[in-house]
Unconditional design. Structure first.
Length: 445
């Protein structure tokens, strides 16, 4: 059996929200990763001008803001975002989510010079737009798992009141390779692992390169690589894939790609080789730039690519839009590690100053975890929160996390909402699910 390494909806969008009112029993203010945003909040943020970074349930009216905000929902179809379903199940609770990228999300979790009550504005993110006085978030989303440096910052800034970091994997999603289809140029792309490696290493610089087999005029169609400008879990997962599949092969050194949430750092050896490149903020920004740039290729979640109507490549014969189409993916229970952080591609222990059992609240899917016969470029996305100090919001935060691990009855349908194309719940294994839910129940206090 072929196995791939797993490396890691209808409220109208509105331009301005200026309502007054009081907070719900538990309005949860979070943000971070852009990769899972279509599953978390839907795609209505694409319908604002400028494109909204902040999405929130219509039940949340505080704080009033003067920049573009999107509701929770989808512009087409009937799929309901997970965070919208949360309010339906728990009517006194609601969610606000700011797309900052995983790197900034972790900084806000750690009060590392940026705080939850700063603005989540398209003009410049300084926080999650939480209510005045709430400097710490209720949760974050991240595709770049907590690293030693992140945890050390948490210990310095937050451990005295919050004890430990709770990190739970919740979804997997396909990272697609969107490209610009041009008249007389590239209209269909089917890549294999070697071709992906050579393109992103800058060895293949032209779409007309004979190694791509696209039958284009010689020395034509220089490739523009579009990548994330900010710290990003999508970049971490994609560069983890490149490191695992490309390093030491195809004429590349054993350390050519270095897994990192900064693409510029991870691909420092590749950037000088490109015909052209462009750094853009957010998965939305990457896809928008690809859409507008002749002969470009980039990387982003498949839902964002489909939302913007951009063409994308298959890889090794697999279509990223079919990832998760048969239901939750199964990961071995042994792949769900406890008290571990991920430094690049290396699994290390949570810093020793964090005492058990709280240290075990940081759960990590091993970077060597495998899924069978599927699209090979995938990311695991996590929710993270605090072990202690959650006060009256503790139950709501637990329930939010458990939205992704709802009890699955013996008969279908699964009571959870259906995910957007290219995403999958990760609890196909019963023991994996019970282990994750056990940590949610015991670790969020």
């Amino acid at each position: 059996m072929h196995r791939n390494k797993l490396h890691v909806g209808l409220l109208a969008a509105t331009a301005v929200l200026v309502f007054a009112g009081s907070a719900n029993a538990a309005d949860l203010y979070g943000g971070g990763a852009t990769f899972p945003a279509p599953a978390y909040v839907g795609d209505l943020y694409n319908g604002t001008s400028p494109v909204a970074k902040l999405s929130r349930d219509s039940a949340i009216t505080l704080p009033a803001v003067s920049f573009s905000v999107a509701g929770l929902g989808n512009s087409t179809g009937t799929k309901i975002p997970v965070f919208q379903d949360f309010h339906t199940r728990y009517s006194a609770d609601a969610v606000s989510y700011c797309q900052t990228g995983s790197g900034t999300g972790k900084k806000i979790l750690n009060n590392d010079g940026i705080f939850a009550n700063g603005a989540c504005s398209p003009a410049g993110i300084t926080g999650f737009s939480s209510i005045s006085g709430q400097s710490a978030p209720d949760f974050i989303g991240t595709d770049a798992p907590i690293a030693t440096a992140d945890y050390n910052t948490f210990i310095a800034n937050m451990a005295s009141t919050r004890t430990a970091i709770v990190q739970i994997p919740v979804l997997a999603g396909a990272i697609a390779l969107p490209f610009k289809d041009t008249v007389g140029g590239v209209t269909s792309v089917a890549l294999n692992t070697e071709q992906v490696c050579r393109i992103f290493a800058g060895d293949i610089k032209l779409w007309s390169d004979s190694r791509l087999g696209l039958s284009l005029p010689a020395n034509s169609h220089p490739i523009t690589i579009v990548y994330r400008s900010e710290g990003s879990g999508t970049s971490f997962a994609f560069t983890s894939y490149l490191a695992a599949q490309c390093n030491g092969k195809f004429g590349l050194s054993a350390t050519f790609f270095q897994p990192n949430q900064s693409y510029a750092t991870a691909a420092a050896s590749a950037l000088p080789n490109y015909s052209a490149s462009s750094a853009q903020a957010g998965n939305n920004g990457v896809v928008s730039k690809v859409k507008a740039t002749t002969d470009a290729i980039g990387y982003a979640d498949i839902a964002e690519v489909l939302s913007q109507g951009v063409m994308y490549a298959s890889v090794n014969g697999y279509d990223p839009a079919l990832f998760g189409s048969t239901g939750p993916v199964s990961l071995a229970p042994a792949s769900l590690l406890s008290a571990k952080v991920l430094d690049g591609a290396t699994v290390n222990d949570v810093p020793a100053s964090v005492a058990a059992p709280a240290r075990n609240c940081t759960r990590l899917v091993a970077p060597t975890a495998t899924i069978s016969a599927a699209y090979p470029i995938a990311a695991v996305t996590y929710l993270a929160a605090y072990n202690a100090g959650n006060g009256t919001k503790a139950t709501a935060i637990k329930n939010l996390f458990k939205q992704f691990y709802g009890p699955i009855p013996a008969t279908n349908p699964d009571p959870r909402v259906s995910l957007p194309t290219g995403y999958a719940y990760i609890d196909g294994n019963t023991l994996f699910r019970s282990s994750a839910v056990g940590s949610i129940n015991s670790c969020i206090n």
